[in-house]
Ligand binder design. Structure first.
Ligand code: AMP
Length: 383
């Protein structure tokens, strides 16, 4: 039995974006203190944390000093260098541990790990040269998607290849880096499972969440998924796969698995995010315990909370594009019923940058989706 880390203690967060912000708000609500570590200042997490440490992830002495003032360290950003997590682990527990970080940081490692577990994912080939790309394309066919092996998120570092003539341009566009070529999946829809595992191995999940992407970036999430599509057996299979990933890596914390549900009714894993996930933001309002509170409970060794869904819900991301040509009309959106606004405190609204999200609650998923889209449209109403 490991002693739990109780309210009043200080939690360290590596990374300082919106995921850390929502985590910190939940942690502070429960009486914890939060220190955040990243190279940036006035960050979404730093604005609501007790302490914002500004230093490079590679500055291992600063990392150790950060670790000396906290009881446990978690992260909200998986591209933290492995040595950083290692330096922390010499002083306090890192939850989840460095192994899952290492796997999730690299698409090739992720796919090899999934294959070893016998978990289906899109067909793929490892590509380190133009010649390898050409031969991979002849094996997998087109369309296909070329993705850099490392540091990709939100559709960054990937390019769709429509015909084998596009190979040279695609290879040059991604800068000749180590890549993975993925066969194009003809999917019926995309879904995710957000779940958590505690220090004793207890497990809790939020069921299936349906996701829609635009230009590789999550646009809308809805729970439960719209209409029946194989329903419970698909959900049970997705949860089983998610749990197998947690168990294989002894993960303690919150993790999300993104899936393609193919037109043939098969589940393929697209990606693993070893932290709370954008598709789980609706748990803040729609579930008894949010994905962030669950992360806190898990990393502190406390019992996990109930994941009961209170109402069907939908979430719409608010990207920086909405600030063009002027600040969104908040009052118009908030005039709609059952709509919640979350903004991340980011000063500069850039195209494609996640600035906040709206969540709508309703009697059905369809209604929640309609409402959240109406709310987002109202943001562009004249003031
Ligand atoms: P990723 O950053 O790999 O999660 O990709 C972002 C989005 O691009 C996914 O959520 C899908 O909508 C789309 N996508 C990525 N890989 C594939 C694929 N192999 N086949 C079809 N669509 C894909």
């Amino acid at each position: 039995m490991i002693d739990p880390i109780l309210p009043g203690a200080t939690i360290g967060v590596l990374g300082s974006g919106q995921l850390g912000r929502m985590f910190a708000l939940e942690a502070r609500r429960m009486g914890y203190r939060v220190h955040t570590y990243s190279p940036d200042t006035d960050t979404p997490t730093g604005q609501v944390a007790d302490r914002e440490v500004v230093a490079a992830y590679e500055d291992l002495e600063a990392v150790r000093e950060f670790a000396r003032h906290v009881s446990v360290v978690t992260f909200e950003f998986e591209n933290v260098p492995a040595q950083t997590a290692q330096a922390v682990a010499e002083i306090v527990p890192v939850r989840p541990g460095g192994e899952v970080l290492h796997i999730a940081q690299n698409r090739l490692r992720e796919k090899l790990f999934l294959s070893r577990l016998g978990i289906p994912c899109a067909p793929f080939r490892h590509v380190t040269s133009l010649a390898e790309l050409e031969s991979a394309l002849s094996e997998l066919g087109t369309p296909a998607i070329l993705k850099t092996a490392g540091f990709g998120y939100d559709g960054k570092g990937q390019i769709r290849i429509h015909s084998s003539e596009d190979a040279v341009t695609a290879w040059e566009t991604l800068g000749g880096e180590e890549c993975v070529l993925e066969g194009f999946v003809s999917f019926e829809r995309e879904v995710s499972v957000v779940a958590a595992r505690g220090v004793q191995g207890e497990f809790a999940h939020y069921g299936l969440i349906e996701n829609r992407h635009v230009s590789g970036i999550l646009d809308l999430s809805v729970t439960p998924p719209l209409n029946v599509f194989g329903g419970e057996p698909i959900e049970a299979e997705a949860v089983k796969i998610t749990r197998a990933i947690f168990e294989a890596l002894h993960i303690v914390g919150t993790l999300c698995v993104e899936f393609f549900l193919t037109t043939g009714g098969k589940l393929l894993v697209n990606e693993i995010a070893p932290r709370p996930h954008n598709s789980g933001h609706l748990t803040l309002d729609a579930h008894l315990t949010s994905q962030f509170e669950q992360q806190l409970r898990a990393v502190c060794g406390l019992p996990l909370g109930s994941t009961e869904r209170l109402r069907p819900a939908a979430m719409a991301n608010l990207l920086g594009d909405l600030w063009e040509p002027k600040t969104p009309n908040w009052a118009a959106a908030l005039a709609l019923p059952n709509l919640k606004l979350n903004l991340y405190g980011k000063e500069e609204a850039r195209t494609g940058r996640k600035m906040g999200h709206l969540t709508a609650l309703a009697d059905t998923s369809e209604e929640a989706l309609r409402l959240v889209q109406a709310g987002r449209e109202a943001l562009t109403d004249p003031v």
